[in-house]
Design a protein around this ligand. Structure first.
Ligand code: ADP
Length: 484
């Protein structure tokens, strides 16, 4: 077991761990037990401005390093993350609640983002354009965008940071990271590892504290050239508005409302296992998890029965214990939201097959039973708004065109999934879905080597893949007249 015996100096600015100027701290709570883990420093505008200054000063030297030099540090980070997987996953589970096996998976995923961008750092190619005018040479040179600010959520407290920092550092940018207040400890660990791997002073800075003050300092700064954010669509919009005055680039991974389409020609057993895995991973607190399932009329009963059986076997509890499938929700508001979506669905005619209430586990945390609803209709909140909890509504359909329309009838466009064993249908439907990511018989499409990101109000930009590093790059065009 890991313990902390004093408040942590959790601000990391210009290579030093320090406390807030005001001396203010805030508690970090284990959401499974509601016990306090430790206190962390609580920064505001002044410390953030200081961190931005430190990142600006470090930028010229870091950006001039060769790609190989930066890549070596990222390889080392990958190695250290894997070496420390036990410690890091335990801390992650303690502050976030997810089962330890999921936390280990997350640390490995974070490590793999560093590996991928250690490799991509060396492949950030430019272009030579054939000129239409004699005596001219036209070059396109990728250059790091400058100082970037990263704002990350609590649901994946390690991998969401890795997805941003790895490509930013590979490209030659310097960073100020603001993690979610619920989960600062994973961020502190990751930043310590980056330092140990050789990241120079000032290149990565960390501020834990007041979201609005830190956010405004980022938005108003002329030095911060990009804000990369993962979180709610609501805060994403605030960041867009607030960044207009300084014309900053934004990279936004926002909310989603993923549909799963189960056709009658699907392997139902696989569709049910994967739907379960998608919905109840992290207790439904992921932006790409299944929010609503459309199942063909002819197989709806068999599919619901399969889900019902599988859900009955899920075990909730403290994620540090063996055999736990579901941890707690992050806080009381999350539990209240699940309850209100459920109440609304029942009032509008939904049928509860499993669950439907907070769960008694003997722990003080906010546990909710995995809940399966049938007879869902589009006017229910659960079918339109992100529940971010373990509520799974099923609605039946008969026509392919109709279910595509239903799936697309939303302002969100992050991930969508379909289950079918018919190749033509898989191709047709995946092309018709208005989403940034489509999983065909696959609910875990997020990997470091592929571009992750939404359309419509789910966001702007890509994380991962060879495309992910381009978020952090400006293309400079150099036109030269030469004497031939
Ligand atoms: P959630 O409701 O799931 O916590 P948020 O979008 O509120 O999602 O939070 C995601 C991240 O954005 C967190 O790090 C949070 O502290 C931060 N955040 C919240 N409000 C603001 C804001 N006004 N400005 C900048 N960052 C914010």
């Amino acid at each position: 077991m890991i313990t902390w015996d004093k408040s942590l100096d959790s601000l990391f600015i210009n290579g030093k761990w320090i406390s807030a100027d005001s001396g203010r701290t805030e508690s970090v709570i284990n959401p499974a037990t509601l016990e306090k883990l430790t206190d962390v420093s609580w920064a505001g505008r002044t410390e953030t401005e200081h961190a931005i200054q430190s990142a600006s000063l470090a930028f010229p030297e870091w950006s001039r390093k060769t790609a190989r030099e930066r890549s070596k540090i990222l390889y080392k980070t990958h190695e250290l993350l894997l070496e420390r997987v036990e410690r890091l996953s335990t801390i992650l589970t303690m502050e976030q609640g997810k089962p330890l096996a999921e936390a280990k998976g997350e640390i490995r995923s974070a490590a793999n983002f560093f590996l991928w961008y250690a490799e991509e750092a060396n492949r950030l190619y430019g272009e030579w354009i054939p000129s239409s005018i004699p005596g001219k040479r036209l070059l396109v040179k990728p250059e790091p965008i400058g100082v970037i600010a990263a704002i990350t959520p609590w649901n994946f407290p390690s991998s969401m940071i890795a997805r941003k920092l790895a490509p930013a550092l590979a490209a030659g940018c310097t960073v100020i990271l603001k993690p979610a207040p619920e989960t600062p400890l994973s961020a502190i660990e990751l930043v310590s590892i980056l330092t140990e791997a050789g990241v120079p002073d000032g290149v990565v800075n960390l501020v834990t504290g007041d979201a609005e003050e830190i956010g405004s300092a980022f938005m108003e700064s002329r030095d911060v050239r990009l804000i990369t954010f993962t979180g709610s669509t609501e805060v994403g919009k605030l960041l867009m508005k607030g960044s207009a005055n300084t014309v900053k680039k934004l990279s936004l991974e926002l909310g989603g409302h993923a549909p799963i389409l189960v056709f009658e020609d699907a392997n139902l057993e696989r569709a049910a296992s994967q739907t379960l895995a998608s919905k109840f991973r992290n207790s439904g607190q992921t932006c790409i998890c299944a929010n609503r399932v459309y199942v063909h009329e002819n197989v709806k009963e068999r599919f619901a029965n399969l889900l019902h059986e599988k859900i009955s076997l899920l075990k909730a509890g403290n994620g540090l214990e063996k055999g736990i499938d579901l941890g707690p929700l992050i806080n009381r508001q999350s539990l209240d939201k699940v309850q209100s979506h459920l109440k609304d669905a029942i009032q509008k005619g939904a049928n509860v097959l499993n669950g439907g209430a907070p769960l008694q586990t003997g722990l003080r945390g906010y546990f909710y039973s995995p809940t399966l609803l049938t007879q869902a209709t589009k006017d229910m909140k659960v079918m339109r708004e992100e529940t971010f909890g373990p509520l799974l509504p099923l609605q039946s359909f008969t026509e392919e065109a109709d279910v595509i329309h239903k799936a697309n009838d939303t302002d969100y466009g992050l991930a969508a999934y379909l289950f079918t064993d018919n190749l033509s249908r898989a191709t047709r439907v995946s092309e018709a879905l208005e989403y940034g990511i489509v999983g065909v018989n696959d609910v875990f499409p997020a990997v470091p080597e592929a571009p992750f990101g939404g359309v419509k109000q789910s966001g702007i930009g890509k994380e991962g893949g060879s495309q992910g590093i381009h978020e952090y790059v400006n293309l400079k065009y150099i036109s030269t007249v030469i004497d031939e």
